[in-house]
Design a protein around this ligand. Structure first.
Ligand code: AMP
Length: 276
């Protein structure tokens, strides 16, 4: 695996690969890698000739300075994990990514007015900025993103469409721990008790799924039930950020019973103590 910290050397190398006729697959990450990231890389390796992973904790997408400060960073461990899972690691400094302060902001209208967008002001504008830069640097044929961050997938698909990037976006399934908790870099910050309690997020997703499948409760009633469950969970330091059921066609919040065949997603975000 080759490691590049400079945009110029990364581009020189990737241009050479393209001249040889090789396709480029790209997995952008913020590091503290786990099986979820590795599954994206595995798919990338299957679908492209040269797999590029980037690690950059993007300050531009954090609206909470404490979250940025405490975000896990473990580059040596990451490099070891990546050795057999990709061809190129791009690991730029903050100065390399942001030689000057960014003035441009993005507005994705209804796509970022709900859920993550509503509770993390400016988050998706920061994500769109860094992903645009990375797509310019890497010029991948395919870029791979995790469905765990479903709203991010919609935002990036819109970005790529609106700005005519020559990259196909591939959305990959969420990888979970055996007890159902979605793998996440922030999980390393959970102590044993918090980690056990965190499975309540998955359990409530399953409760909502069952209720929806029975077709007895409309999405608003389901939401009420889940909100009540989370009120109880406040006793064990779990605080719901949001719970929504969205239509996968247009990413709008669903309030009526889904018509048979509608593809929906049940989305949840919560804090376990101060860890989101
Ligand atoms: P992050 O490092 O958290 O910015 O994530 C980098 C990429 O990995 C994003 O596209 C995430 O959606 C994806 N990802 C993170 N966790 C998982 C997971 N548990 N399963 C699948 N993809 C994931």
């Amino acid at each position: 695996m080759l490691i590049f910290q400079k945009i110029s050397t990364l581009r020189l190398y990737l241009n050479e690969q393209r001249r040889k006729g090789l396709s480029i697959g790209f997995v952008p990450t913020m590091g503290a890698l786990h099986q979820g990231h590795l599954s994206l890389l595995e798919t990338a390796q299957k679908e492209s000739d040269c797999t590029v992973c980037s690690i950059f904790v993007n300050p531009n997408q954090f609206n909470n300075p404490d979250d940025l400060l405490k975000y896990p960073r473990m580059i040596e461990k990451d490099v070891n994990l990546l050795k057999n899972n990709c061809d190129v690691l791009f690991y730029p400094s903050e100065k390399e990514m942001y030689p000057q302060q960014v003035v441009l902001t993005f507005d994705f209208k209804h796509l970022d007015q709900i859920m993550e967008g509503a509770s993390r002001q400016g988050h998706f504008s920061g994500v769109a900025t860094v992903v645009s830069k990375l797509l310019h640097f890497v010029e991948p044929d395919i870029a791979f993103f995790g469905q765990k961050d479903l709203q991010q997938c919609f935002i990036i698909q819109q970005l790529v469409k609106d700005l005519s990037f020559f990259t196909t976006i591939r959305v990959c399934p969420t990888i979970r721990e055996t007890d159902g908790l979605a793998m996440s870099s922030r999980n390393v910050r959970l102590n044993d008790i918090d980690r056990k309690n965190a499975t309540n997020l998955y359990q409530n997703l399953k409760i909502a799924q069952n209720l929806i499948q029975k077709q007895e409760n409309n999405p608003l009633e389901v939401k009420k039930i889940i909100l009540q469950n989370f009120q109880e969970l406040e006793k064990i330091n779990i605080r719901l950020d949001y719970f929504e059921i969205v239509d996968m066609e247009d990413f709008k919040i669903l309030s009526d019973l889904p018509i048979h065949g509608t593809f929906i997603a049940i989305c949840i975000a919560a804090y376990v103590r101060d860890i989101r």
